[in-house]
Design a protein around this ligand. Structure first.
Ligand code: SAH
Length: 216
């Protein structure tokens, strides 16, 4: 079984990631390593490495593998960073980040989802992940500034607290748009209060719900 999933991960990399331009060797290695199926209900394991999002309960989804790889690559992690993730969901993206950064903080608004993710991080022995329940649109000031912030839900515009919690040189990767379609935007903090903006194309996420996101 293990080897079977290992070969599925290799196929996922070869068919979905490399041909679409994912180049960062560390990102590829993390995608080959993290057992994506374990972040899903067992009934979905046969589909775990397919090229689309899947349901994780509470009307939420685990992102498509390519989107996880792309957003991770856009953070340009070297292993020394402190990263904040908004929207822990299944915890899969969190685990990929934990392979590539020094420390990962992650916020999830739905308690049942957060509890399941926390349990899995323990089982898989990820000791550099801290998860909390709350409204991630406000960031997590206590541990700021962050070298990278990743938002895995769609926002109408970049939440100001997240921009403010970036270090100089830090990058915020976030889908911006309406509830039906978004563009993946990278905001880089060039100097205090000065951000550059880069568009990495279309995507579709569930809504970011909170004080600086959409209303419930
Ligand atoms: N990275 C996750 C994506 C999960 S979907 C994965 O691959 O599994 C997005 C998640 O964002 C959902 O679990 C949703 O509950 C959560 N979310 C939405 N608004 C939020 C907010 N303001 N703060 C924290 N989490 C939020």
């Amino acid at each position: 079984m293990l080897n079977n999933f290992q070969s599925k991960r290799q196929q996922m990399v070869d068919a979905q990631l490399t041909p679409r331009g994912i180049r960062d060797k560390r990102v590829i290695d993390a995608m080959k390593k993290v057992p994506r199926h374990l972040f899903l209900d067992e009934a979905l394991w046969p589909q775990a490495y397919e090229d689309h999002p899947l349901p994780i309960g509470e009307k939420q989804t685990i992102s498509q593998p390519f989107i996880v790889a792309l957003m991770t690559e856009l953070l340009r992690l070297t292993g020394r960073e402190k990263v904040l993730e908004i929207g822990s969901g299944s915890g899969y993206q969190t685990a990929v980040l934990a392979e590539l950064a020094e420390q990962v903080y992650t916020i999830e608004r739905i308690p049942s989802i957060a509890k399941r993710a926390r349990k899995l991080f323990d089982t898989l022995k990820y000791r550099n992940i801290v998860i909390t329940i709350g409204d991630g649109t406000l960031g997590w000031k206590e541990h700021s500034p962050y070298d990278g912030i990743i938002v895995t839900a769609a926002a109408p515009n970049p939440p100001q607290p997240l921009l403010e919690q970036l270090s100089v040189g830090g990058r915020l990767v976030i889908p911006i748009g309406n509830e039906f379609s978004q563009d993946l935007i990278v905001y880089t903090c060039e100097e205090a209060n000065h951000y550059s903006e880069e568009n990495h194309g279309g995507c579709r996420f569930v809504k970011l719900i909170g004080e600086r996101g959409w209303r419930d």
